[in-house]
Design a protein around this ligand. Structure first.
Ligand code: ADP
Ligand code: MG
Ligand code: MG
Length: 247
């Protein structure tokens, strides 16, 4: 599904990703861990095609397509979803309008008709319930005045509606309370299936107690320096990252 070979990428002319390779098969969950500043968030942004992130070498093939040639919105339509990427507020655009527009754009790309407004409303209400968000959130401006936890719930709802093939979650350094963490994990677990893959970026082992990964990779200075199974996350929690650097 995703094949990354020897990826090098710059931010602001500074080389941050320095030869990263990763293979993700359908249905797999890969956790990317690593110390602060190792390039985890940058990696997610590079995959999503965010402006200002320049790939200087290597290849990224997603679903047999070279996605490095595609713009961010085209990658999203191909089924790539970067969660927690919209911290921006969009006042005046309701969450419902925003969700329907993004989903209809994906459907159009797949040759499908836009959602019927009533059917979409029903579906969106169901998903609100699934992530424990009040239905009023659908009427509010995108992220306008949402708390950190509410933003994450909203993103999970968006993920459930978009049904992407590959989801990249960047658990940012900002702490989630235990309830929000549980909602994120339950949402991800509910979306797991044999076709859909996840890359979960986190530097806390805690999240991986709830979202149990198939593989754990340690990113250090823009490269994966160690890979293993879920037990690697526990080992890191116990021994810290310096242990790996000394190998
Ligand atoms: P992580 O998510 O692992 O904590 P980041 O990907 O956020 O790490 O950052 C990796 C490195 O890239 C850091 O040294 C950071 O300062 C640098 N970096 C990230 N974004 C920018 C930017 N926009 N301009 C300059 N340097 C950046
Ligand atoms: Mg950071
Ligand atoms: Mg980060």
């Amino acid at each position: 599904m995703l094949s990354i070979k020897n990826l090098h990428a710059n931010v602001e002319d500074k080389n941050i990703i320095k030869g990263l390779s990763l293979e993700v098969k359908p249905g797999e969950v890969h956790a990317i861990m690593g110390p602060n500043g190792s390039g985890k968030s940058t990696f997610g942004y590079v995959l999503s095609g965010r402006d200002g992130y320049e790939v200087t070498d290597g290849e990224v093939v997603f679903d047999e397509k070279n996605i490095l040639e595609l713009e961010a919105d085209e990658r999203a339509k191909e089924g790539l979803f970067l969660a927690f990427q919209y911290p921006v507020e969009i006042p005046g655009v309701s969450n419902m309008e925003f969700l329907k527009a993004s989903i209809d754009a994906t459907r159009a790309h797949q040759g499908k008709e836009p959602y019927d407004a009533v059917a979409f409303m029903k579906l969106a209400r169901e998903k609100c319930k699934a992530v424990n968000l009040d239905q009023d959130f659908l009427k509010r401006g995108v992220n306008e005045g949402f708390s950190g936890g509410e933003k994450k719930r909203n993103e999970i709802m968006q993920m459930m509606l978009l049904e992407p093939k590959l989801c990249i979650l960047d658990e940012t350094d900002s702490g989630l309370d235990i309830d929000a963490l549980q909602v994120v994990a339950d949402g991800v677990n509910a979306c797991r299936n044999s076709d859909r893959s996840f890359i979960v970026v986190t530097h806390y082992q805690r999240l991986l107690d709830y979202i149990v990964p198939d593989y754990v990779h340690v990113l250090s200075d823009g490269k994966i320096i160690k890979s293993g199974g879920k037990e690697l996350a526990h080992e890191l929690e116990e021994k810290g990252y310096s242990w790996i650097n000394q190998l």
